[in-house]
Design a protein around this ligand. Structure first.
Ligand SMILES: Nc1nc2c(c(=O)[nH]1)N[C@H]1C(S)=C(S)[C@@H](COP(=O)(O)O)O[C@H]1N2
Ligand SMILES: [Mo]
Length: 520
């Protein structure tokens, strides 16, 4: 009797393992799900013959059969672990730990697995062992109280439902199992939709642009080691959003709705969007939270359709001055209608980033990119809704949270090399280099000064367009000692970057990036 109960505790712990791991996987990209990882490994490892036998036995239902077999096997092992834990603690916990290590091996050695993919398994094993141990403690208390009750002098209703130790065990056991089933089931659904989105993304062939971006001129990149590349690779592009888990949007059901103060509502499906003449545009995007010298900024070649054209189809009312964009996860960004309508601004409804469909975390399948505006007021990812309205009537997500309702990107520059605190060689030529940006205006000049000396003109790399940052370089021959390097840019409009130091809130940091290095 007690053995059966201990076996059940083992099974509950196994369910908790799966549930906790699935829950953790939801936050870590889904690829770390032990269910998927171990399942995949078993399929990979199963000898050919076994697979053939499976197929001949169960036909095309071989996956279902395999999963059923795995469930039975895991249930049997965890029941055994429960009994072991009852007899000789912590033997059962050790069985779970061994299972965890095997699952960890399976998950982390799969092709394309990342460093964090083992984390869900670790979380799962920890949760399982805690549940195994705590439920076992309650089971022992119940046993102790019932053997005490077996003594004639004890309460008559010893086996009755009123016994607190028995109730405590049952309540905890059932509650834990129920919570695990609910959380685990919901998480599995979440990771499964995420993986469906990954698969949908992989299947996409982006159309060739009707208007391709001109090739990046060779002169746009300076040959300086350690300088920021002009085009930021997708996997190095900064990511900022309020989404706890990356939204999974199926392009097949994606739709954009344009409504509000318009003559006629417009709806656009994924296929309709892809059949429009798309254009490529290289643009720098920055986060308003970027500190002076910070790295919340990147440049990519975006592929999309001008939002201006879609707005023209809808026909905004003359009274409107704002477009409130909304994402599937409820995030909103409000931006000036005239910026979106301007024929000189490549405000795109983007589907591609550096020649690929948008990565999931960068807004797959569709996001907005508006050159010259900070991300929080323009770059809505997973966008599904554009409402034409007025600034006096609507607010974007960050506005009531202390950030300005309008957010043009500020003129800024950054020293990439030498790094702050590094040591350079005195008496030699040292490359002082970095990037400068004033998206949609352009950068005309960059100057560097050492220890509050005269401003020296840096060499600028060729400009891609006014919408992108520019690399710059200044050659320096340092004298021995500690030196302070500072940079400032001049915009194509003649504006000189301000020395006034402002925090990112409410509308972007300003000040000169200052780096201290030692020359030896
Ligand atoms: N749906 C959604 N879109 C969003 C955000 C968000 O929180 N949710 N953050 C914005 C902010 S603040 C920035 S800086 C950019 C960042 O885009 P990235 O993560 O692709 O670099 O996305 C914008 N789009
Ligand atoms: Mo941002």
């Amino acid at each position: 009797m007690w053995k059966t109960r201990a076996a059940l505790v083992g099974i509950v712990a196994a369910v908790v393992f799966l549930a906790a791991a699935e829950f953790a996987a939801l936050f870590l990209g889904g690829a770390g799900s032990p269910l998927v990882g171990v399942g995949g490994a078993v399929i990979d490892l199963a000898p050919r013959g076994a697979k053939d036998v499976m197929v001949s036995l169960f036909g095309t239902g071989d996956k279902v059969a395999l999963i059923t077999l795995m469930i039975v096997l895991v249930a049997a092992i965890s029941a055994g672990a429960g009994v072991l834990e009852w007899w000789r603690p912590p033997a059962g916990a050790v069985v779970f730990a061994i299972g965890g290590v095997l699952s960890l091996l399976a998950v982390t050695t799969r092709s394309g697995s990342g460093t964090l993919d083992g984390a869900p398994t670790v979380v799962g094993v920890a949760a399982a062992i805690i549940v195994l141990r705590t439920l076992m403690v309650r089971l022992r208390r119940w046993e102790a109280s019932s053997s005490a009750a077996a003594v004639p002098s004890a309460r008559a209703e010893s086996d009755g439902p009123a016994r607190p130790e028995r109730r405590a065990f049952l309540v905890w056991g059932v509650a834990t199992a129920a919570a695990a089933v609910v959380v685990g089931g919901a998480s599995r659904l979440g990771t499964a939709t995420m993986q469906a989105a990954v698969a949908a993304r992989r299947a996409i062939r982006l159309p060739t642009p009707a208007t391709a971006a001109p090739a990046v001129p060779a002169g746009a990149s300076l040959d300086v080691s350690g300088i920021t590349p002009v085009i930021t690779p997708n996997d190095a592009f900064y990511r900022i959003d309020t989404a706890l888990t990356v939204p999974s949007v199926d392009p097949a059901t994606w739709k954009l709705r344009i409504h509000g103060a318009v003559e006629r509502e417009v709806e656009l499906t994924w296929d309709e969007l892809l059949s429009l003449p798309l254009q490529e545009h290289i643009a720098t995007m920055s986060c308003v939270s970027n500190e002076v010298g910070g790295d919340l900024i990147g440049t990519a070649k975006w592929l999309g359709y001008p939002i201006r054209e879609l707005l023209a189809k809808a026909g905004p009312h003359a009274s409107a001055d704002m477009v409130l964009s909304r994402s599937v996860d409820g995030f909103t960004a409000g931006m000036p209608l005239d910026v979106l309508q301007d024929t000189g601004t490549a405000a795109l409804l983007a589907v591609g980033m550096n020649g690929e469909p948008l990565p999931l975390e960068h807004g797959f399948p569709v996001r907005m990119v508006v050159p010259g505006l900070f991300g929080y007021v323009s770059a809505t990812k997973w966008v599904t809704d554009l409402e034409v309205t007025r600034f006096s009537e609507a607010q974007g997500y960050w506005t009531p949270r202390g950030w300005s309702e309008r957010g043009p990107v500020k003129l800024e520059s950054r020293i990439d090399v030498p790094r702050a605190g590094s040591t350079v060689q005195a008496g030699t030529t040292v490359a002082v280099a970095g990037v400068a940006w004033h998206p949609h205006t352009g950068v005309e000049a960059v100057q560097v000064r050492v220890d509050d000396g005269e401003w020296q003109d840096a060499t600028l790399a060729e400009s891609i367009s006014a919408d992108t940052w520019r690399q710059w370089l200044w050659r320096w021959t340092p004298t021995k000692g500690s030196h302070r390097l500072q940079v400032r840019a001049t915009g194509a409009d003649g504006q000189v970057q301000t020395s006034v130091e402002r925090t990112p809130a409410p509308n972007g940091a300003t000040g000169w990036h200052t780096v201290t290095v030692t020359a030896d």
